[in-house]
Structure formats: C-alpha cells, structure tokens
Design a protein around this ligand. Structure first.
Ligand code: DQA
Length: 147
C-alpha cells in the first residue's frame, strides 16, 4: 500500500525559510520521516513537491492510480485553491491536510482552508511531526475493516 506525500509552494525552502515559524527541518527530512513512518507498517510512500498549482492537481490525479491515500501540505494554495480542493474531492482518496505552523495563530488570511472540508483530518501546528501523525492516521484508517 502506498501513500502520496504532496508538498506545495515554498516547502522546498524548508530548513532556511523563516526558521522561527517552520523550524529547521528540511523537506528531505520530512520525506524520510514519512517513509519510515509508513515503512514501519510495511507501507511505501511516493513524495512529490511542486511550486505550481496545476502540477499539484496532476499529482493528485495520478495518485488515484498509484496510491491509497494522500498527505498534503498545499502551502499558500491551501488558502486560495478551489482547483486543489476539487482534485482531492474528485479522486475520492482519503487525505490528511498538514500545516507545520499553527495557521490559526497567524494572519487572518491563513485561517481559512479550501481543503479542510474535503479531507479526512487536518493537523496544524504540530511541526513536522504532523506528517507522521498524518501517515499513522491513514495507515490506521485504511487497514480498518470498516473504512
Ligand atoms: C503552511 C502554512 C501556510 O499558510 C503557508 O503558506 C505555507 C506553509 C504550513 O505548513 O504551516 O506555505 O502550509
């Protein structure tokens, strides 16, 4: 079983980007953390990052063929993208929305997410550990008989 770990714009800069907000972990660290969290259950991950909205839409569509669930941090597109919301709803895979920072403690424009209504769970403010929580949630959900 496979999970897509999808990161959006500017998350490739993690490690050097606003470390006071996002910490010092890199995207590579996050992808390794997801691989080991999934690997502990015998699952695999496919990791992808893009700064382009349409590429993120394409990655979600492709996941319908290759993955059983999606962990997504859409970065700023969270707050703007109806297209990403429709893509997640359209493929019908269970998804977890992750934000490293607690967006609710930040600017008003980060308080609304277009994605939250179409995902299974939202994890905000847990730092990069949120990705592990998201992987664990999907593993549990997908291995339960009554999913
Ligand atoms: C973020 C929060 C977003 O508001 C921001 O645009 C990001 C990162 C987070 O992980 O905390 O790029 O999704």
């Amino acid at each position: 079983t496979n999970l897509l770990i999808l990161n959006g714009p500017n998350l490739n800069l993690l490690g050097t980007r606003e470390p006071g907000v996002y910490g010092s972990h890199t995207l590579d660290d996050i992808e390794q953390l997801c691989a080991s969290a999934a690997g502990a259950h015998g699952w695999g991950v496919a990791c992808s990052q893009s700064n382009h909205e349409g590429e993120l839409v394409d990655a979600i569509h492709a996941a319908a063929e290759t993955a059983d669930g999606i962990v997504i941090n859409a970065g700023a597109y969270t707050h703007t993208s109806i297209a990403l919301r429709d893509a997640i709803a359209g493929v019908g895979l269970p998804a977890v929305e992750v934000h490293i920072s607690n967006v609710h403690q930040r600017e008003e424009f980060r308080h609304h997410s277009y994605l939250s209504a179409v995902v299974d769970a939202v994890i905000v403010g847990a730092g990069v550990d949120g990705y592990r929580l998201a992987v664990d949630h999907l593993v549990r959900k997908l291995t339960r008989d009554d999913k």
